[in-house]
Design a protein around this ligand. Sequence first.
Ligand SMILES: [Zn+2]
Length: 348
Amino acid sequence: MKLDFLKRKKWVRLELSNQDVKEAAALREAAGLKQSLSTPAVKPEVNSGEVKTAQNVTAAPKAPGPDEAACPGCGAIHSKQRWERSFKVCDQCGKHGRINSKERVAHLVDQGTFSPIAKEVTSIDPLAFPGYKEKLDKAMIQSEAGDAVLTVTGRINGIPAALFIMEPDFMMGSLGSAAGERITRLIETAIENRLPVIGFCASGGARMQEGILSLMQMAKTSAALGRLSAEGLPYIAVLTDPTTGGVTASYAMLGDVILAEPGALIGFAGQRVIEQTIRQSLPDGFQRAEFLVEKGFVDRIVHRAEMKAVLAKLLRLHGFAPALAEATATATAKSTAVNLQGGEAHVS
Ligand SMILES: [Zn+2]
């Protein structure tokens, strides 16, 4: 077996230009964030699933009011408006709250350049699995993405790209046949239009209600990424909290560059299951982004406010340049006309 991939995987050192730093600072200011990027203000106490600070040890958690939101990390109360504006990143403890695909698109994709791909592909219940149909109906109401992944083309600081963004609001982003098909079609669109692919992963794993059909998506999406790579097009994977199971075992780990959000849980099986299987205890926080950077599985941790600037920088490094308006229109013309609120994603 050739081990070329081991040589290929190198630490990527990313220096941001002055312009990038300025852009990131502007984003940070707009989001009301003061602390430095890339490192949470408080080192997450990993392993517990929650970020703990002195604050929630001393003070009893206060329940948020109707116009407020509590930080899932330290329990600090933020006004809803401020919480949304900061893209759910806590300015007290640095915790990156979970955001859905629509919010992610609004954050990353240039206004007016967003175009969905394969939105007509939705889940069915191929095995007549008990209770699955009801769960699907509920998820369809909960999430506007229409399935566990939202696939779009759009521009990032002017640079055309194909993006898939997993949807935690749709059955915890579990990978079913429809999600696998959407990702595959997006990659095929990228190959056709010579676009780079960026994938935001957030998933509980393969969707067990679809049995082997969901497991097959791991191979299908991986094969599509193989074709993308053979075409010389880059794939950037961004691992967000949580990225687990079959998604980790396939496309989440296949990025030419692998980024992660601070404190993200990334793994295959849970800690307890592994410990019971190998009959050994595991080091603290071994499934957190910070640990995986140390071990070389992840190239860099990127703060959410900095994400757009870093992605644009990576695309430029790979030879992609901002396109003229007409060029992007051609690239996105093949996608379906169905859209989120008239072709533009908004954060309400
Ligand atoms: Zn917090």
